[in-house]
Write a new protein. Structure first.
Length: 339
């Protein structure tokens, strides 16, 4: 039985809800690496490339499934066209083509901390599971995060907000409190959501990624690679609502406080390109993206961009720049490589 058939059967029996008990089986069937292998030590860039390039054969004679790399840009495990990139890692690829190419890359499979870029995966998991984003959710005590410097959407226990507004709160002001609410609204609990994040990462081929939370606050076992961020953005950009939200400069949700009284506030974005604080190269339009910053991760950004003359789209990622200025200088240098 192939992985896709197994997945469909599990979803049929579970009503399409988040799959907790099936995770160990799915991991074994997908990657054949053994269920007991420690996740934090499992990634090797060359092995990951082999998996992406491989062609999987089903148990049914004569039936073949294409490898993960079909329809994806696949950089070498080297550096290319990146002499002017000073950040630790970066990647620029074509998006939306049958045979996309990697245009420039530096350490594309290096393990990095993703900080709030984590929220791209959180959004993807939510959008895969929730069809009606107008559903309301009441904020729980779990959204109270008392970590110094933690970005917030200023949500309070007992307030009621639509899931779509929670996505805005997670992606526009990068609210860690909103990320927790998105997780609980999607899967009922943080644990179930985090398992689904990791299952989704493996399903899309992001074998160098592991999540322990839905927001990106630092943890040694919470990591990714520039290539895996590309894979996640590649999926998330298929949703129009994701594109709309990550391209938003500011947003004012209308919701209810714990007493049912109407309430609003204004959330401001953090992307300098969208805010007009950084200029993209001539002929290139930044469509949106996600920033991420912690001491461990440095300054990070993944973004979708468009070549205005042709409408062709690209995904660019810069990881662990030393400063915000360096981050945007590096991203601009990447986008200048689009011809």
């Amino acid at each position: 039985m192939t992985y896709s058939i197994i997945t469909r059967e599990i979803k049929r029996r579970s009503g399409g809800s988040c799959i907790r008990t099936a995770l160990p089986v799915l991991l074994c069937l997908m990657f054949l690496t053994g269920c007991g292998q420690k996740l934090e030590n499992r990634y090797n860039a060359d092995e990951g490339l082999l998996r992406m390039n491989s062609v999987n054969t089903s148990l049914t004679e004569g039936v073949h499934a294409q490898g993960f790399s079909v329809g994806l840009a696949l950089p070498d495990n080297t550096n290319y066209n990146s002499e002017d990139i000073t950040a630790e890692a970066a990647l620029l690829v074509e998006y939306g083509k049958d045979d996309p190419k990697a245009i420039a890359y530096k350490n594309p499979y290096a393990r990095t901390y993703q900080a709030s870029i984590t929220k791209v995966m959180s959004a993807l998991v939510c959008l895969r599971h929730i069809d009606d984003l107008s559903q309301e959710f009441t904020i729980t005590q779990n959204s109270t995060i008392n970590v110094s410097g933690s970005s917030r959407a200023w949500l309070r226990t007992g307030e009621t907000m639509t899931i779509e507004d929670l996505l805005y709160g997670m992606l526009v002001p990068s609210g860690n409190d909103a990320a927790v609410a998105v997780a609980e609204a999607t899967c009922g609990s943080l644990d179930a959501f985090i398992e689904e994040m990791n299952r989704t990462a493996l399903q899309i081929g992001a074998t160098g990624t592991h999540f322990v939370n839905p927001h990106g606050l630092p943890d040694d076992n919470h990591f990714t690679t520039p290539f895996d961020i590309y894979l996640t953005m590649n999926e998330a950009l298929k949703y129009d609502v994701f594109r709309k939200i990550v391209g938003t400069i500011s947003y004012s949700p209308k919701y209810k406080d714990s007493n049912g009284v109407a309430k609003t506030q204004e959330w401001a974005g953090t992307n300098r390109y969208l805010l007009g604080e950084a200029a993209s190269p001539d002929g290139i339009k930044v469509l949106g993206g996600k920033t991420g910053t912690t001491n461990a991760a440095g300054y990070c950004l993944t973004t979708a961009a468009e070549k205005v003359s042709t409408g062709e789209e690209y995904i660019g990622t810069v990881m662990k720049a030393a400063s915000k200025d360096e981050l945007y200088n590096n991203m601009t240098a990447l986008l200048q490589k689009i011809h």
